[in-house]
Ligand binder design. Structure first.
Ligand code: NDP
Length: 282
């Protein structure tokens, strides 16, 4: 077999990435699939973002991820947007399609892919905690996937209201906002419950302010937190007989989707999970 020695580049534009576990995860996939590709993390300040995208174009990068604070600002430097990225107004993954950089949002798609391994959200009733960037990405994908109804529970109306308005105006899934009361009771008939807040980040014992007795067997309960992946919320849900999905699934699958966009290859998620578990258990 002739080996193709042509190397390709993809990368990530971030600020203060703190080691960026995505680098290790994507490079593990490239190595596993014998791809002579590199994924490099570049620290880019907001003032240098335009030049960074120009640089990626000049060097023929196959694409790049971008993280906070670049997810919205990058849009004006791209040539087009995928459907969900256009609705969300946020891009975390650019893909070089015939020389044009097209912006996609793989955060929500990654969440959806890991959810679909357990349940199809079509026709399902969803309660989602949070209204920040992760919640916006997840909410839009769940709505585009045909969720029956979405209740957004958020501490502040400041972020909750625009998200619910966006879902009601741009998708066919009815969304309502609940401003988070003490010990929120998950309504009966809820099929899927998602923590898309940062509660639990760096403290796996931090509880969500909910009445845990309203978590019922049969519910699918997902968390976006990856560090640590086994959160108090998921432990409570598991104890009460719910099927749980940790945040690693979302992170891995956004990587799987990115690799597919850039290389055309279906990366092995097990290889990527193994790498992340090494990092997060270290
Ligand atoms: P944002 O800062 O945009 O949003 C944070 C959200 O959490 C807001 O809704 C905020 O409410 C809520 N929140 C934070 N602290 C509290 C609290 N003490 N009580 C109640 N609500 C609270 O963050 P992101 O949406 O970008 O990220 C959220 C989490 O998702 C992070 O932990 C991030 O690491 C994780 N993430 C995971 C991914 C994965 O692949 N697994 C991908 C992307 C993100 P309010 O609006 O009232 O401030």
């Amino acid at each position: 077999m002739t080996r193709n020695f042509r190397s390709e580049l993809v990368g990530s534009f971030s600020e203060g990435s703190n080691g960026n576990p995505t680098v290790a995860m994507i490079e593990a996939a490239f190595a596993h699939h014998n791809l002579d590709w590199r994924y490099i993390n570049c620290e880019v300040t907001p003032a240098n973002l335009a030049d960074a995208v120009k640089g990626a174009r000049a060097m023929g990068w196959r694409g790049f991820n971008c993280s906070i604070p670049h997810k919205v600002a990058v849009i004006e430097h791209l040539d087009g947007l995928g459907e969900s990225a256009e609705i969300m107004g946020a891009v975390n993954c650019a893909v070089n399609r015939d020389g044009k950089f097209i912006g996609e949002n793989t955060d929500g798609k990654g969440f959806l892919k890991s959810l679909m391994e357990v349940v199809d959200p079509r026709g399902k009733s969803v309660v989602m905690f949070g209204a920040g960037g992760a919640a916006r990405a997840i909410g839009v994908e769940l709505a585009l996937a045909g969720a029956r109804a979405l209740t957004v529970v958020n501490r502040s109306a400041l972020r909750g209201e625009p998200l619910v308005r966006l879902l009601n105006e741009r998708t066919t899934t009815p969304a309502t906002l609940v401003q988070w009361p003490r010990e929120f009771a998950i309504p009966e008939g809820t099929d899927i419950v998602v923590n898309a807040t940062s509660i639990g980040l760096a403290n796996g014992n931090q509880p969500l302010d909910i009445d845990a007795a309203t978590l019922k067997p049969g519910m699918v309960v997902a968390d976006v937190i990856v560090d640590p992946p086994d959160t108090r919320f998921l432990r409570d849900a598991r104890t009460r007989g719910c099927t749980v999905i940790d945040g690693l699934g979302m992170l891995i699958n956004q990587g799987v989707i990115g690799v597919k966009y850039w290389t055309g290859i279906d990366a092995d998620p097990a290889v990527m999970r193994k790498k992340l578990e090494e990092i997060f258990s270290a």
